[in-house]
Design a protein around this ligand. Structure first.
Ligand SMILES: Cc1cc2nc3c(=O)[nH]c(=O)nc-3n(C[C@H](O)[C@H](O)[C@H](O)COP(=O)(O)OP(=O)(O)OC[C@H]3O[C@@H](n4cnc5c(N)ncnc54)[C@H](O)[C@@H]3O)c2cc1C
Length: 164
């Protein structure tokens, strides 16, 4: 593995965040498993390529948490791999609020949590749109945060982005 450029990275320490859940009703034997270990920024291409090692890597990662899964090492059940790109900011916080163009607003960069966050994000955007009082956390999601030198400094020493 160390000798091949294709497999060398498998010996590095992986980021945290491997997760899984059962899929389907009581009779289902399907499990959904996910690990965003490749977080390098890339230009999107379609159709995207899938790491051929992905299912094996995810199962091996999960086995650290659920040791019984090691039974499947070397004899993986037939996996179905699907996925996409995470559209995200550098620090993995979304963009919600006004744009420099008057009357234009933005809500996006929801990374891997956009379904969960959409209701609260919509509420915040609606407050911007209607000129309602903004919650205390509104500046943390505004595009203009990047103009703030203090925020720039914070970005430089940002640790784990909590990527899921
Ligand atoms: C692999 C993966 C797993 C995920 N898992 C979860 C999860 O478990 N829980 C969770 O909460 N979130 C999850 N997410 C994140 C969630 O799917 C996204 O955050 C959410 O779908 C973003 O919604 P959106 O409406 O902002 O953008 P999108 O859903 O990306 O919608 C943008 C739309 O704009 C269209 N579009 C783009 N450019 C143009 C253009 N120029 N003209 C016209 N239309 C255009 C696109 O076709 C698309 O339909 C996951 C994402 C990925 C990739």
């Amino acid at each position: 593995m160390a000798r091949s450029t294709e497999t060398k990275h498998l010996l590095d320490e992986f980021p945290s965040g491997v997760h899984a859940r059962p899929e389907g009703g009581p009779d289902s034997d399907v499990v959904l498993a996910l690990w965003t270990y490749d977080v390098r920024p890339v230009e999107p291409v379609f159709p995207f390529t899938v790491d051929p090692f992905y299912p094996e890597i995810v199962f091996r990662g999960l086995a650290g948490m659920i040791p019984g899964l090691s039974t499947y090492f070397g004899r993986m059940p037939k996996p179905v791999v699907d996925g996409g790109y995470y559209t995200k900011t550098r620090e993995n916080r979304p963009l919600i609020g006004p744009l420099p163009v008057k009357g234009a607003y933005l809500m996006g960069a929801f990374s891997g949590y956009g379904i969960m966050a959409s209701c609260a994000a919509g509420e915040l955007l609606a407050a911007h749109l209607t000129g309602s009082p903004l919650p205390s956390y509104a500046p943390a999601f505004a595009l203009e945060r990047y103009q703030d030198p203090e925020y720039q400094k914070l970005l430089e020493k940002w640790g784990d982005t909590g990527q899921l």
